[in-house]
Design a protein around this ligand. Structure first.
Ligand SMILES: *Cc1c(COP(=O)(O)O)cnc(C)c1O
Length: 403
């Protein structure tokens, strides 16, 4: 089996459309999970090896590949990025009332992880250019109860890590990177995921590298490592037992079941081995959108992504910012009619029902996050998107006039 860079219509149930039908008989999905070279062989091997639980040979292979990619001190595969974030909250010993600073414009998993420990998310606005946590607003949100800062590198474009790591150090706060978008990206030559005491990755089917559902906790502070292994294994020292370091395993701490199955680690290994190929294809699509939509964007008052000098972005998503919500909705509708599935993104957490109940918003509110959420549209971007389909997306976008 070869890497499926061409849309695998047969396998996805779009077969048997005749060429006589309308030109848009086949629609272009927003995402299709990548299927890589050796995955079926690896799956067969994982199932045949006599053990399917975690911490097996494929877990070690995938962890090693991730370590090389991220420069992380240690990589622990988990059942999801959400679970890795939960592990980070347990590892930091978050107590009821402890505050954690995070962007409002992000996925709810970062907030949930701390709320589950009784923590209070403090939502800070994002920058209008990169859509990342606005580092200039962080210091004003720090109180005597603040324990940690969570950053999210939106679209894999690094946050202003120099300013943020400086603040974390000055105030003695833990820094966690939710690096779900940022695998393979870097900031001033240093891999994303290597700045925080911990970082989290996602291998959900919507991410560049995927195994259906999966994640990883990158542990850069080695003092956290022993306890991280225990928390991932239901609060037991089972990992040490398997290494022959203790003669029985016991319940020694709080924990849960956060270890990825070796079957999914087999899928993940095959994806990670295709990393360069997947990334090359995603980068080509990202840059084609960026170049070929530039004139249209300028003429229509639409903003394209901004990547600051010193940031290498891993082509996780391609977005456009329309002038307002009405035009954004109209463009989504127009593209749907053209057979192109495009979509909006995060709804700000500080206005979400659970965000209001469990968190608080930093002084000044999050006006930029509220605006961005209404104006942003994401275009289809996946390694299997064929050149002719990229052209179709571009043509369909260009046919839309902002009013
Ligand atoms: C996808 C994503 C998550 C959640 O990942 P799961 O592996 O599905 O738990 C968390 N944070 C961000 C920024 C994400 O994009």
């Amino acid at each position: 089996m070869v890497d499926s860079y061409e849309p695998a219509r047969q396998r996805n149930g779009f077969a048997s459309r005749s060429a006589m039908e309308t030109p848009h008989a086949t629609s272009i999905p927003f995402n299709r999970p990548h299927s890589s070279e050796h995955e079926l062989d690896y799956l067969a091997e994982a199932i045949g090896q006599g053990r399917t639980a975690g911490d097996g040979p494929f877990t070690r292979r995938a962890s090693q590949l991730l370590k090389e990619l991220t420069g992380a001190g240690c990589v622990l595969l988990t059942t999801s990025c959400t679970d890795a974030l939960e592990m980070s909250a347990v590892l930091l010993d978050i107590q009821p009332g402890d505050e954690v600073i995070m962007p409002s414009f992000t996925f709810m998993s970062a907030a949930n992880a701390f709320v589950l420990r009784g923590g209070v998310p403090v939502f800070v606005d994002c920058r209008a250019d990169t859509l990342n946590l606005d580092e200039r607003l962080v210091e004003g949100a720090i109180t005597a109860r603040t324990r940690a800062i969570v950053v999210v590198h939106y679209g894999g474009v690094g946050c202003e890590m120099e300013a943020i790591t400086g603040l974390a150090e000055r105030y003695g706060l833990a820094l966690i990177e939710d690096n779900a978008h940022g695998l393979g990206g870097s900031y001033r030559g240093r891999p994303l995921g290597s700045f925080g005491c911990m970082a989290t990755q996602s291998f959900h089917e919507t991410k560049n590298i995927q195994c259906g559902e999966g994640g990883a906790l990158l542990v850069n502070d080695t003092e956290l490592l022993a306890r991280a292994e225990v928390i991932r294994e239901k609060g037991t020292d089972r990992s040490r037992f398997f290494r022959g370091q203790v003669d029985k395993y016991r319940w020694i701490d709080v924990g849960s079941s956060y270890l990825l199955s070796d079957v999914l680690a087999a899928l993940l290994t095959s994806q990670l081995e295709s990393f360069d190929k997947i990334q090359a294809r995603r980068q080509a699509i990202w840059h084609r959108y960026h170049g070929e939509l530039a004139d249209w964007a300028a003429e229509n008052g639409v903003s394209q992504p901004m990547v600051p000098d010193g940031c290498m972005q891993p082509a996780h998503l391609y977005y456009l910012l329309l002038p307002d919500m009405r035009n954004r909705q109209a463009l989504i509708g127009h593209l749907a009619e053209e057979g192109v599935q495009a979509t909006f993104h995060y709804q700000p957490l500080h206005t979400a029902p659970a965000g209001v109940r469990y968190g608080r918003v930093a002084a000044g509110g999050c006006p930029v996050s509220e605006q961005i959420a209404e104006r942003l549209i994401r275009l289809p971007l996946f390694a299997g998107l064929a050149e002719m389909d990229v052209a179709r997306v571009i043509e369909a976008v260009r046919a839309f006039e902002v009013s």
